[in-house]
Design a protein around this ligand. Structure first.
Ligand code: NAD
Length: 460
């Protein structure tokens, strides 16, 4: 089977609508079987996935297992809970509804579209797909053309194992995306930048299609003095430089208590050496920037402030060393745009109020990190800031917890997924109220004369 041709998009959607109408995807056993197929297909293609990510991002094999193939855990979680999630749930009714019963039936939406980015190009397509399958939908997926090797592997896995009437892949770039967005879907799940997110939402609005937008932004990382310094530097270094900083929830910049700044910088310098050696360019454990265009964008940021760790680049390899920058101004471009690369600016504060004010002066971030054991400070930051999620005393790990919905707020996104939230995102909760025939009280029927006192009492 070939990947869907662009001219064929209308047909494939119609074929999926026809398949959806057969009701096959409503069968929970069918969904579980498809999830098992998907898991098996990923296991069979592990080697190709590792190679594709190596070709696209120079992604180390360990990182590919940790952050891409790990999507298998999402599949296992969905298989384990699907029977329970998909069952109709009884809803309580109040006393005045005593002859009624109420239930909530989760039902699939229909034909859904998933559009993915290039940074975790496998997992950010497959993880939402798990939710779409679990909820009983037919799906069209559009992987990122920029991670082209991974896009090909995804197409291979899906085409080999699934009927396009059920799951189809459309490969390609902006043109493919726009052709898809011109069609009517029952839900669009988009992961990518805020600017493109607006285009997706505008296209969806034409058909009143609901959207989930998993976007980006600048995720701050506050470092207080009440910390274990060694653990803190390791967790920041890992979260910032994994995938060479091309992680939507990487700490974008540090807000550091002035008293601990010097120690933190010394610690980060040592830790970068410990992780990647004297010359990270030679480390097998350090990824590359996805493309020349993104490399050039990042190199421009190096003009801002003063490089205190790293700063080396190799254009031919799209290599940028793990870099820490001091003395940046808030007006510098590195503090205005999402960095999305291995450059970490440090901003110092003397009072936490300054750090909170800075965060609140910017768009609501996808993630907020706080390193501090001080409970009052933790509460204050939680109370006084808003973000998609928060992780205290660590970075990035929140993404791996299935019981935590993952998503942004404000400019960092709309909606969420992971675990049960993925199932909910791709389901409609149908409310069903049932009355019985053993009784028919007349208080609500005309003629109304004399009924007002009772109505007032009931409202009472
Ligand atoms: P992007 O927005 O450029 O592209 C994402 C997808 O949209 C790709 O499939 C692309 O082909 C398509 N696209 C690009 N331009 C389009 C257009 N004009 N019309 C229609 N479709 C278009 O994003 P990216 O560069 O691939 O990814 C980086 C961004 O994604 C960063 O901002 C990052 O923070 C964000 N991101 C967010 C999450 C999350 O979970 N919230 C995860 C990863 C990345």
């Amino acid at each position: 089977m070939m990947t869907t041709e662009l001219s064929n998009i209308g047909n494939i959607i119609q074929t999926q609508r026809n398949f959806f109408q057969t009701g096959k995807t409503k069968d929970v056993n069918f969904r579980i079987e498809q999830l098992k197929n998907l898991k098996q297909a990923i296991i069979e293609h592990e080697k190709s996935i590792v190679e594709a990510l190596q070709a696209d991002l120079h992604k180390p094999e360990v990182e590919t297992y940790l952050t891409e193939i790990s999507v298998i855990k999402d599949i296992d979680y969905a298989i384990k809970h699907l029977q329970k999630w998909s069952k109709p749930k009884k809803a309580p009714v109040s006393f005045d509804f005593f002859s009624y019963s109420a239930k909530i039936y989760p039902e699939p939406l229909g034909v859904v579209l998933i559009i993915g980015p290039w940074n975790y190009p496998f997992q950010l397509i497959i993880s939402p797909l798990v939710g779409a399958i679990a909820a009983g939908n037919c799906t069209i997926i559009k992987p990122s053309e920029i991670a082209s090797h991974t896009s090909d592997v995804i197409a291979k896995i899906i085409n080999k194992n699934f009927d396009p009437a059920y799951i189809a892949v459309v490969e390609g770039g902006v043109e493919a995306s726009q052709k898809l967005l011109a069609e009517k879907f029952d839900h669009i799940f988009f992961t990518g930048g805020t600017a493109v997110g607006k285009i997706v939402m505008a296209a969806a609005a034409k058909y009143l299609t609901p959207v989930t937008l998993e976007l980006g932004g600048k995720s701050p990382c506050i470092v207080d003095t009440d910390i274990n310094l060694e653990h803190t530097v390791r967790r920041i270094t890992w979260g910032k430089f994994i995938n060479a900083g091309q992680t939507c929830i990487a700490p974008d910049y540090l807000l550091v208590n002035k008293k601990i700044k010097k120690d933190l910088i010394d610690g980060l310098g040592k830790c970068v050496k410990e992780f990647y050696g004297d010359n990270p360019a030679n480390s097998p454990d350090y990824a590359r920037i996805i493309s020349q265009k993104h490399f050039d964008r990042l190199v421009n940021f190096l003009k801002d402030g003063e490089v205190i760790i790293g700063g080396e680049t190799q254009p031919s390899e799209c290599y940028i060393a793990p870099t820490v920058v001091d003395n940046v101004s808030l007006e510098d471009s590195v503090m205005q745009e999402e960095i999305f690369g291995p450059i970490l600016p440090i901003i110092e504060y003397t009072d936490i109020a300054e750090a909170i004010a800075l965060i609140n002066s910017k768009s609501k971030p996808l993630a907020l990190y706080l390193f501090s054991q001080n409970k009052n400070l933790q509460n204050r930051v939680l109370q006084e800031t808003s973000s998609g999620g928060v992780c205290i005393n660590d970075t990035v790990m929140q993404v791996g917890v299935s019981s935590l919905p993952f998503g942004g707020v404000g400019d960092s996104g709309i909606g969420n997924y992971h675990g049960k939230a993925s199932f909910d995102t791709f389901s409609h909760n149908k409310s069903v109220l049932q009355n019985s025939f053993w009784l028919d009280l007349k208080w609500r029927y005309a003629p109304y004369q004399g009924k007002l006192p009772l109505i007032k009492k009931l409202l009472g």
